[in-house]
Design a protein around this ligand. Structure first.
Ligand code: NAP
Length: 323
């Protein structure tokens, strides 16, 4: 990676016994409930509490029985917690930190799972009480589903979790970063440390722009008057179907991602638009060699992602075997 990233601390070893005696999760949806399930199944935490603003989700969390206690009030949920994880939409992170602040104990670690880091890190740091170690994070793992029932324990296995620690080098803070790294590794995740601004640029390319393209192409197809909705469904296996999975992602979550990572997304979108213009020109002027060279390069990137264990090597994403 670039010089803005660092390997996770070498001392992070998988050990036995809980890494944190008590974890509180604010937001028990897809990511929050997956984290609870994963932490429990790996014995990485002793007790777990969860707070959620949605009464129906609280009811489901209680029925699922994955936490020791379910709360409406974040401050009650975090009381006595050694690890506090915010798993709410990006633009609710500051508000969730402020709502939980009164219950946070000094020496606790406060982290999050938000898909944007710069704006979230600032909001968390502004609202967290002194003496709490704020270590923003983003597990690069998820699905297009939401809510407590969508979570599962293996979500983070072999996936990257990016931590964007504050620029502090005091020993207690470093120890807190090492402990959080150990926690994520216990769940089977890989950990990388990175500057928040660099995270937002990298994720603008690898996640935010692909979602924007998917939302746009599905919207364009839906608006085409000459092509009926029936034909869009019928012939979707020609590539469109793969965009629809991404375009089914949570509308609130993604609204927040684009509004909070505006600068990086607009920068990458500008470059993308230029490259699209170049492709359009190559098609117009019959420059097949240019098209073929690009498509050959992009196929190699796909093979690299499969080789890195971040995607299935099965043709058609392994769907043919399932269908
Ligand atoms: P989700 O399934 O919708 O879960 C979020 C939960 O938090 C919902 O139950 C929501 O209730 C609740 N909530 C919202 N605001 C709250 C507040 N202020 N206090 C307490 N609870 C609140 O969303 P998710 O997919 O788990 O996403 C959570 C975070 O993970 C987001 O920041 C997202 O960027 C990040 N992330 C998501 C993915 C992914 O693939 N989904 C991947 C990596 C990271 P309502 O439903 O009523 O709003």
């Amino acid at each position: 990676m670039t010089d803005q990233t660092q390997a996770a601390p070498a001392a992070a070893q998988v050990a036995s016994g809980p890494v944190y005696a008590r974890m509180a999760v604010i937001g028990g949806g897809l990511i929050g409930s997956s984290l609870i399930r994963a932490a429990r199944s790996h014995g990485a935490v002793g007790e777990v509490t969860v707070a959620d603003a949605n009464p129906a989700h609280r009811e489901r969390l209680t029925a699922l029985g994955i936490a020791n206690a379910v709360f409406a009030d974040p401050a009650e949920a975090v009381r006595g917690a050694d690890l506090i994880v915010l798993a709410v939409p990006v633009m609710a992170m500051g508000e969730a930190t402020a709502a939980a602040a009164a219950g946070m104990k000094p020496g606790a670690t406060l982290t999050d799972v938000g898909s944007v880091k710069g704006a979230v890190a600032d909001a968390m740091a502004a609202a967290a009480p002194a003496g709490v170690f704020v270590i923003p994070g983003h597990p690069v793992a998820g699905t297009e589903q939401s809510g407590p029932d969508a979570g599962f324990a293996t979500l983070f296995e072999n996936r990257w979790n990016i931590l964007t620690p504050q620029p502090r080098d005091d020993a207690p803070y470093q120890a807190a970063v090492e402990k959080l790294t150990e926690f994520w590794m216990r769940l089977g995740a890989r950990v990388e440390l990175m500057d928040a601004a660099h995270h937002d640029l990298v994720l603008a390319v690898t996640s935010h722009l692909p979602h924007l393209i998917a939302y746009n192409i599905v919207g364009t197809a839906a608006d085409l008057e000459e092509v009926t909705q029936g034909e869009v469904m019928k012939f979707s296996a020609g590539g469109f179907r793969d965009f629809t999975r991404i375009a089914a992602s949570d509308p609130v979550m993604w609204r927040d991602v684009f509004l909070s990572n505006k600068d990086a997304v607009l920068e990458i979108l500008g470059r993308f638009t230029e490259d699209l213009q170049a492709l359009s020109r190559a098609i117009r002027w019959g420059e097949g060699d240019k098209l073929q060279a690009l498509f050959t390069r992009t196929r190699e990137i796909r093979l690299g992602i499969v080789a890195a264990g971040q995607e299935s090597a099965e043709p058609n994403f392994g769907r043919d075997k399932r269908e």
